[in-house]
Design a protein around this ligand. Structure first.
Ligand code: SAM
Length: 154
């Protein structure tokens, strides 16, 4: 498994999602991961002010809520401000993997990355999707047409 030598942290706002993930990790005897109930941008901001911030090699934003109405776009996880916070935490070869089944959110996220000074969209051959694991949400999304991209530090 590609991520077996990496330490992974899973985030979600909801306690029951975290509890379910912890149960699954325990059943699978996975010791290289932890789950934190936290808002993603706040969590990254907290990491950034640690005396020795961790360096992030990969970040996955998977099926985060699309918030279809324009007045709610500010709640989308993938924002320019998130990329600002992430950039100093990211290793030079860091990859940000984004997937959604919402076409408008996909276009919005691509635009956010491609207009950001510190990130760029990677081509699929340059940065293939690292692994596949179908989550409950991905299973639902497969009925639609999930789209993915990978972004890299400039
Ligand atoms: C559609 S579910 C997808 C869950 C999971 N990523 C997957 O692919 O199976 C979206 C999740 O994003 C979480 N979420 C939404 N906004 C968030 C934020 N700002 N920070 C952390 N989690 C967030 C929600 O609580 C919800 O569980």
């Amino acid at each position: 498994m590609p991520l077996e030598n990496e330490f992974c942290v899973g985030l979600d706002l909801l306690a029951d999602r975290i509890a379910r993930a912890e149960r699954k990790a325990h059943r699978a005897k996975l010791a290289n991961l932890a789950f934190v109930q936290a808002e993603a941008a706040l969590f990254l901001s907290a990491l950034a002010v640690l005396p020795r911030p961790p360096r992030l090699r990969r970040v996955f934003v998977l099926f985060s809520d699309p918030w279809p109405k324009r007045r709610h776009w500010k709640h989308r996880v993938l924002q320019s401000s998130l990329l600002d916070t992430l950039a100093p935490l990211a290793t030079a070869d860091a990859e940000l993997h984004f997937r959604t089944d919402h076409p408008d959110y996909f276009a919005y996220a691509q635009e956010v990355v491609s207009t950001h000074a510190l990130w760029r969209l990677a081509t699929p051959t340059e940065a293939p999707w690292p692994f596949e694991h179908v989550s409950v949400f991905e299973e639902r999304a497969l009925a639609g047409a999930p789209q993915s991209f990978t972004a890299r530090r400039v």
